[in-house]
Design a protein around this ligand. Sequence first.
Ligand SMILES: [Zn+2]
Ligand SMILES: [Zn+2]
Length: 343
Amino acid sequence: MKSKPSRDLRSRAEKKAAIQADGIARTTVSFYRYVPIADPEAFRAKLLERWGALGCLGRIYVAAEGINAQMNVPTKLWDQFDAFNKTLPELQSVPYKIAVEEGVVPSFYKLTIKVRKKIVADGIEDETFNPSDTGEYLTAAEMNEYINSPDAVVVDMRNNYESEIGHFDGAVLPDVETFRSELVNAPALLEKYKDKKIALYCTGGIRCEKASAWLKHNGFTNVKHLKGGVIDYRHQIDRDNLPNKFKGKNFVFDERLAETIGDEVIATCHLCHKEKCDTHYHCKFQPCHTLFIGCPTCVEKKKGYCSYKCQLLDKLPPKWKKRYARYYAKKMRGHFKKTPLRK
Ligand SMILES: [Zn+2]
Ligand SMILES: [Zn+2]
């Protein structure tokens, strides 16, 4: 009889608790590279075997066009992780972006490596588009110059819920919920700045590689982007003693949800619409799972749910909850009115 591969049957909460309790110091790192990967499935298997054996955790996308990784590595095993990566031609001297801060919770609690068509979903169908024709890079010091210059415009290439808790002073903040729609809308939105110097930025730089190439493809001649994104900006201003022009937190796509870059709190609680705060939560009612900003008082009052309704619905018997889930998830998605963002 064939033996089935053993599956981890623990719940999400159990896995999380186990990682939190294991006491292993972890280093959160992200990196990406556009590089031809001949056999993404075989490449994935190689990574899964070695990174899995080292106890790495994270979310990694592999595609024929490259790799995009957000993960954590047991700090003690960092050198082994790095040594293994160096054996892979695709990861030769890939620039690691080490997290600005580790959270109170580990950044990831499982290892997922997925093969995708693209490493960043962009929705571009245009066959004539050449994504490797990217704009030039900007250092943190050059970014600061752009922010102070009347001839330049700084554009946030992230989603509205990311820029709501932190962004560069005076940046254009498109009110979009996905990178796809941001890309589609960017040429029209930035048309009025076509004769200015344009500086794009995002979390770690990967979205701007594509966005700068896309704007160039659409006739923008003066487009640059912040190298390594906000994460590396923070490291550069610390290293070179530069003034910090980023206000608030940098949203990150892991359990930490954000890293503090500047000390100001620029967002407001989504529940009371009064308290200044910038801590994101996912609604505890799984079918809802809405991302919201909550002040300590409201979060305690609503017990971690986005509304009294979700709090109530979570008490339904599992059979009913399941039945409700699909309909509810659709209906509730994005049901928060976001704070209006500057255009
Ligand atoms: Zn509140
Ligand atoms: Zn909810």
